[in-house]
Design a protein around this ligand. Structure first.
Ligand SMILES: C[S@@+](CC[C@H](N)C(=O)[O-])C[C@H]1O[C@@H](n2cnc3c(N)ncnc32)[C@H](O)[C@@H]1O
Length: 196
């Protein structure tokens, strides 16, 4: 796409996909691959292995370039589906995918998952939904019995408010905070009333 067209789509029409593609193509999210992010990914990998050992079916929303799937390694899942609004990010994710992975370009606010999952993960992505609580509740209907949601939110001035807005729909099974250059909270949530 020409740079003028890209500029108009990003800045004037404010098209989300173009904004994210631009940022990935410029390498603005390379930092996610760095040492500072290792603790956040390691906590998630630990939760998946502990809470859903074996061959769980995993769905990751806003998966970016597939860093979580790469850190998990294929023996820790039976099926992995990753979706992201950026086709640039998904192209890079696909380049490192194995046969158990499906990567899709889609908007989390519109996408309808196919099938049911043991864990559905929003790793630094729930902020980008227009209606975070409704989005989590909608995706939660695609959990298997005893399925879990995993949500991470980086500490920022609205993060307490965001967690508070999610609280009513879910019970908290566990949480862990990682502190590197940034502070990130990872919570394991289950739809209210479900015993695990
Ligand atoms: C901060 S990045 C996190 C990427 C990845 N989860 C990680 O931790 O490496 C947020 C991701 O959410 C994606 N995203 C933003 N809005 C989205 C939407 N409406 N639907 C799907 N993905 C979206 C972006 O393209 C980006 O890859």
């Amino acid at each position: 796409m020409g740079s003028l067209t890209s500029f108009i789509k990003r800045k004037i029409f404010r098209i989300n996909r173009d904004r994210w593609n631009y940022q990935y193509d410029k390498g603005l999210w390379e930092g996610l691959k760095g040492l500072d992010e290792l603790a956040r990914f390691s906590v998630i990998v630990g939760y998946v292995k502990y809470l859903k050992p074996g061959q769980p079916e995993l769905l990751e929303i806003g998966c970016g370039e597939g860093l979580l799937q790469q850190r998990l390694q294929p023996h820790n899942y039976g099926r992995y589906v990753g979706l992201d609004i950026s086709d640039s990010a998904i192209r890079n994710a696909q380049a490192q995918a194995d046969e158990k992975c499906t990567y899709l370009v889609a908007d989390m606010d519109k996408y309808q998952p196919v099938g049911a999952f043991d864990m559905i993960m929003f790793n630094e992505s729930i902020y980008y939904s227009r209606h975070p609580l409704e989005t989590l509740q909608r995706y939660a209907t695609h959990l298997k019995p005893n399925g879990l949601l995993l949500v991470t939110i980086n500490d920022h001035k609205h993060s307490d408010e965001l967690w508070a807005s999610l609280k009513d729909g879910f019970d908290l099974l566990d949480e862990a905070t990682t502190v590197t250059k940034t502070t990130c909270v990872c919570k394991i949530l289950l739809p209210k009333g479900v015993k695990n």
